[in-house]
Design a protein around this ligand. Structure first.
Ligand SMILES: [Cu+2]
Length: 150
């Protein structure tokens, strides 16, 4: 599948599922694009499931192109990319931040957690915990801190 088709499929899935969500008052639907070999990406998808999301995982070796297409700035890239409610989600963003995004609906492209901080959802290593920030990014290229986890 080429990249446009991949994104189209993801978008159509998201729209269909959003429709059913609206009818049923059910779980928020999120489509995750990840490399088949990425383990922490799968762990993050599980974190979302455990927090009430309905997750569709699309395995792809061209996640970088998906990320580009969705408007995630190169300087904010991490290991996986997702689409939810018209927003792009990059990296190990906690479910709580995504839920707040969906409630508040700010005029941003999406959220990112840069890199792969230890202790973020999907990156658990015992009790170890790096401080990290969830950053929102906008069409004009600006970014802002959306959540801080210390
Ligand atoms: Cu990761």
């Amino acid at each position: 599948m080429n990249i446009k088709k991949l994104i189209l499929v993801g978008t159509i899935l998201a729209v269909i599922m959003t429709y059913f969500t609206a009818c049923a008052g059910a779980k928020p639907k999120i489509t995750v694009y990840k490399n088949p070999s990425c383990g922490c990406c799968a762990a993050w998808a599980n974190h979302l499931r455990e927090n009430g999301f309905e997750v569709t995982v699309i395995e792809s070796s061209t996640v970088a192109e998906v990320r580009n297409e969705l408007g995630v700035p190169e300087r904010l890239t991490s290991c996986h990319t997702a689409q939810v409610g018209g927003y792009a989600i990059e990296g190990h963003v906690p479910a709580s931040s995504i839920k707040r995004l969906l409630n508040e609906k700010p005029a941003v492209i999406g959220l990112s957690v840069l890199g792969m901080p230890v202790g973020s959802p999907g990156m658990e290593q015992g009790g170890a915990h790096d401080p990290y920030k969830v950053v929102s990014f906008s069409k004009d290229g600006s970014t802002a801190v959306f959540d801080s986890f210390d």
